[in-house]
Design a protein around this ligand. Structure first.
Ligand code: SAM
Length: 296
């Protein structure tokens, strides 16, 4: 039996087979994209058939009402996008998942990529898949409303009398389903070591999905853990995690990142808002803590 709050350095298909049915509340992950990167040679094992097996396992281990967030983009081969992302989304539906939302992750920054014949590629898909209706939904409300009102209006009734009605608009509405994150060195995370991995997603992206689709104490899975972003943000938001990563080198990076969090008692962890908005301060804060405890 596997333990939670650990990253297992192994193939995720083999790893997930060791998990019991319906034990995962949320998966936040990003698999290899076609053959875009070699990931230390491990990509040779990647294929659509391999993906199909993983998707079936994800359905089995996901709790009823659990969610899978699948962050994915396509390679362009001989001038044509592969469309793998759509094929994968449809296969997830064949497995039994609902396609709850097709969201867009817009990369603000990083290096420009693409051909001279097409517009710069700046987004990826975030397929939000659910096993039945999502059991936890905490939509983020941080979009400023254009018109904010809090007033009493007099409405004329059919009989000529007037009735007072209270109109109130909240200052912030629900976020749209395209999310924009600053990317590139020093932006996706302040952990320099993470950039030894070639394809990390921003910490804030992981955090925003974790808080949207899970609650404290839930178990968050990342079968393609890479540099450990999902694990780190799960811990900082008082969730458990479990993960798999096939490359030993990336497992070491991930373990180094999360060891800094795991050693801190939970009541001393920065709150999620502190950790995401004031991410710059996290390492300073850890430094201060270690110094004050005489560990540095
Ligand atoms: C897109 S990266 C994930 C990056 C991660 N989201 C982060 O922020 O660091 C995909 C990762 O999947 C790993 N990988 C590829 N095939 C795998 C497999 N069969 N099982 C486990 N990990 C695998 C690669 O080594 C790579 O680190």
């Amino acid at each position: 039996m596997l333990e939670i709050n650990k990253i297992y350095c192994m193939d995720c298909l083999e790893g997930m087979k060791l998990l019991p049915d319906e034990c995962i509340d949320l998966t936040v992950t990003s698999p290899p994209y076609d053959n875009l990167r070699s990931y230390n040679g491990n990509i040779e094992q990647w294929s659509f058939e391999k993906f199909q097996g993983i998707a079936k396992e994800l359905y089995r281990v996901t709790k009823q009402g659990g969610v899978v967030v699948w962050v994915i983009g396509d390679a362009t081969v001989k001038g044509s996008e592969t469309g793998t992302s759509f094929r994968q989304a449809l296969w997830f539906k064949d497995c039994g998942f609902n396609l709850h939302d097709t969201m867009i992750y817009i990369k603000n920054g990083g290096i420009n990529s693409g051909s001279l014949n097409a517009y710069q590629q700046k987004f990826e898909y975030m397929f939000v898949l659910s096993k039945g209706r999502p059991k936890t939904i905490n939509l983020i409300k941080d979009r400023p409303n254009k018109y904010v009102e809090d007033r009493i209006k007099r409405k004329k009734m059919k009989d000529g009398t007037y009735k007072e009605q209270h109109f109130k608009t909240e200052p912030f509405g629900t976020r749209y389903n395209y999310w924009i994150y600053d990317t590139g060195s020093g932006k996706s995370t302040k952990d320099k070591i993470a950039f030894n991995h070639p394809a990390i997603f921003p910490e804030k992206l992981a955090e925003d999905h974790i808080t949207s689709w899970s609650k404290e104490g839930d178990v968050v899975l990342d079968p393609f853990m890479g540099s450990g972003t999902t694990a780190k943000m799960a811990l900082l938001n008082n969730r458990h995690f479990i993960g798999f990563e096939i490359s030993k080198e990336y497992c070491n990076i991930a373990n180094e990142r999360i060891s800094k969090i795991q050693s801190i008692p939970s009541n001393e962890k920065p709150t999620s808002a502190e950790s995401s908005i004031e991410e710059t301060n996290l390492l300073d804060w850890l430094d201060e803590l270690l110094v004050s405890e005489g560990r540095r």
